[in-house]
Design a protein around this ligand. Structure first.
Ligand SMILES: *Cc1c(COP(=O)(O)O)cnc(C)c1O
Length: 365
């Protein structure tokens, strides 16, 4: 009899993400306002689209396994060496490399309960032992709690998303630097900066190339290239060399490399996306005020509306879907009483607002 290895056989048949395509299939919907995965509603940069379209014929070639041109451009952007950049097919891919390379089976990995789930998914898949720390009551990741647990458990790795998903919370550079300094010397800090493009560079942790720090960035959010699957890690040269031993050499789509490079050069477009996103967040906050619902401050491309009650939040998600508006909600205390809504275009935001107003008059508080 053929059986998977015990580690894999014991994994629950779960998927961290249920896609909108399945929701549409299962609910008989032909159209959906996509506000559930923090995708960019503004699309990729027109320069990226043109560059990718222009190179479609060369998809018969593998992409550069060194992703050299893109890494060189990223190194320039981050004032570091090419050898300090590793490109992957999204942060989700890079997190898997980090866990595979640095977390032995049985070793401890620490994260916030209810945060972005792919880190946990990899820890489970590679046999690490997960330990979770609750968010603070105000929705912020508990830095003190994470650092304390890292010492108690002699953790191999600690994961933090900053700006955070699903809360939208942002810790400034001093807080993050203090947290990093408070971790054990033997703990790797995986700092997921998927939303860094929406924060001011001067507020992010300055460049640091220690072996125990990996920072991840993506083209999926502000650059609008989620479907192209491309992201990168900023890390020590030794770390990049380690990733080189285990990454799929041809794992990065050739066209994605081309699009990412063009997108990086289109600063006008990314500024437009960041400004428009800030406008959208403001509009959501105003909508919350109008409806008497609190919203959490966010430095991302989504906003959490605090419905004050888990059941009510679940009901609103279901009811929005019935009306063709797809959002998600956090799964763990204290954020599970919130719904998380991506910033859409003006018309998507209007569709959401209309549906929410109608629902709140029906779903009792
Ligand atoms: C969206 C998101 C990612 C996924 O990034 P990809 O590059 O698309 O894999 C990673 N981390 C966080 C916190 C995210 O919100």
């Amino acid at each position: 009899m053929i059986r998977p290895i015990p580690l894999i056989a014991a994994l629950p048949a779960s998927t961290p993400f249920i896609g909108p395509e399945r929701l549409m299939r299962e609910n008989g919907l032909t159209e959906l306002v996509r506000l559930g995965a923090n995708e960019s509603p503004f699309g990729p940069s027109p320069m990226a689209v043109a560059a990718m379209r222009g190179e479609l014929e060369t998809l018969s070639w593998y992409g550069d396994p060194d992703a050299f041109e893109l890494r060189a451009a990223l190194a320039k952007k981050h004032a570091c060496a090419v050898e300090q950049i590793s490109v992957g097919s999204g942060i989700d891919d890079l997190m898997g490399l980090a866990v595979r390379a640095y977390v032995e089976p049985g070793a401890t990995a620490i994260t916030s309960r209810g945060t972005y789930p792919t880190f946990e998914y990899h820890v489970n898949g590679y046999g690490g032992v997960l330990e979770r720390v609750d968010y603070l009551e105000n929705g912020a990741p508990d830095l003190e709690g994470l650092a304390t647990l890292a010492h108690q458990k002699n953790a191999a790795i600690v994961y933090l998303a900053n700006p955070d998903n699903p809360s939208g919370w942002f810790y400034g550079r001093d807080d993050v630097a203090r947290f990093f300094a408070a971790l054990p010397r033997t703990t790797l800090f995986l700092l997921d900066e998927a939303y860094a493009d929406f924060a001011d560079d001067r507020e992010l942790l300055p460049p640091l190339f220690e072996d125990r720090l990996i920072r991840t960035r993506t083209f999926s959010k502000a650059h609008g290239l989620a479907g192209a699957r491309i992201g990168y890690a900023i890390m020590s040269e030794a770390g990049v060399a380690t990733f080189d031993k285990i990454r799929l050499q041809y794992g990065i789509n050739r066209n994605a490399q081309i699009g990412a490079l063009a997108s990086l050069h289109d600063v006008t477009f990314s500024s437009f996306v960041v400004e428009e996103t800030a406008r959208g967040r403001e509009e959501y906050a105003n909508l919350g005020r109008e409806l008497g619902i609190g919203t959490l401050a966010s430095r991302t491309n989504f906003v959490c509306f605090d419905l004050n009650d888990v059941k009510r939040a679940n009901a609103v998600v279901a009811e929005l879907l019935r009306r063709g508006v797809w959002i998600r909600k956090p799964g763990a205390w204290p954020l599970d009483r919130c719904i998380r809504v991506s910033v859409g275009t003006a018309s998507m935001r209007a569709a959401f607002a209309t549906a929410l107003r109608a629902i709140l008059s029906e779903v009792p508080a």
